[in-house]
Write a protein that binds this ligand. Sequence first.
Ligand code: ATP
Length: 497
Amino acid sequence: MRKYGAEIAIGIVPVLIAFLIFIGQNVVPILMLGVLGFVVVYAARGRGKLTAMSSQNRSAEAKSTPLTFDQIGGQERAKQELVEALDFLVHQEKIAKLGIRPLKGILLSGPPGTGKTLLAKAAAQYTDSIYLAASGSEFVEMYVGVGAGRVRDLFKEARTKANKAKKSSAVIFIDEIEVIGGKRDGGQQREYDQTLNQLLTEMDGIYANESPRILLIAATNRKEMLDSALLRPGRFDRHIGVDLPDKKGRLHILNIHAKNRPIDENVVLDRIAKESFGFSGAQLESVMNEAAIYAMRESSDKIGENHLSMAIDKVMMGEKTDREATKEERERIALHELGHAIMAEVVRPGSVSQVALSPRGQALGYVRHNPQQDQYLYTKPFLNGQIMIALGGAAAEEMFYGGRSTGSRGDFEQSMSIVKTLVESGLTDLGIIDASMITKEAYANINREILDELMLQTKATLETKREIFTQSLETLLREETLSGDEFRSLFKSNSAA
Ligand code: ATP
């Protein structure tokens, strides 16, 4: 009967309209309402179908290029934890014998571009499962119930596809889970609540003995936003942190992406890994890609270290812009950047990797720093040093021009953010406090105290290095860039004098 519902409706509707006209009713408003309803329902459904199609395409793509854990760099701990969890799915009989409840959901949390999607794809490959992907934002709709319908369809599609492919399991990956899995407030967001409820219902409907078995892998970079119902045992109860890679991890990722690219034999990827501190896997992939583009622009058939170095700058600060500065501006920018660079060499000798006068992204000039090693804990002297490096630009402008320009805005933002870290880590005279315990005024006072004191120290230090400014300025204006080594040789000859 349901099967022929549409046909019956098509038959009944014209008869009904003819009858209404016959008895003298005005059918125009009814017809208009009908058309409007049709458009709304089909627009919503159509989008649903489009989404399903896009995820089909994605899964087809995943199928054609199986991705294994070997192709994911760094993340050794995350990979190990994930494989351990997946073994529950692989050895189902053993698990059932011991009465262990089936694993339903794994939550991958960490910054963007660290390889969460890759891990989910590799998990599907490892467990010989069908892979289906969706993003939280695909479930967001104006009409109540449409998102929930899509969740239902996604699970149905996973089961159908796994059956068709004769697989015993399916992995559903939902990226940006926080979009639908955010804390429920029971108020305005009724559509989101329904979508989340549907997801919870589907997860509760996964049983140990069903075939195909469904495993849900979700990714987020805002775990704290998730509703506790999602995180409770029996749902997403395996949490795996996917952090930014350390130097070893970065080298591993660079090696993976260097594999199919013609890298010059003189390139030392270890150095590139060192210079790309704080980069995610996606940014490192981008470095390799941009370096290849630079090589192509220069008609070089090999990717050299200079291409990689330029690519790091591009990924870090954006493409070079062709904003033309006046002669006076260029001089001010050069002195400003030298202020940063000199302070950096004083505070952390050997750390300057490049001083540049070329505009890039929002910056008119920049100093690239080269951390000696990855660091995760910072002391008060270290953070004070960072503030002094950030203030070096403004201090130099004051020294040579008697005042600052708008060019220090970003430096001050950075300095204040470090002060915030100092306050929140209990490293100031305020003692161990929570930021909410102090008034805005008290916060402003401590901020001013710290920054004024460090600004005085920065200026006093730079005053002793006036010679280095005047000597490097000419070269920097002429060459536009000074490599770390060139800058240090000037710095050392002057410091020795
Ligand atoms: P998002 O949170 O933004 O969705 P994500 O953590 O899911 O990001 P992926 O989509 O897995 O990140 O990574 C994007 C791209 O970055 C990958 O296709 C790959 O080229 C590269 N990449 C990221 N992390 C790694 C890694 N650990 N090893 C190798 N390549 C990586």
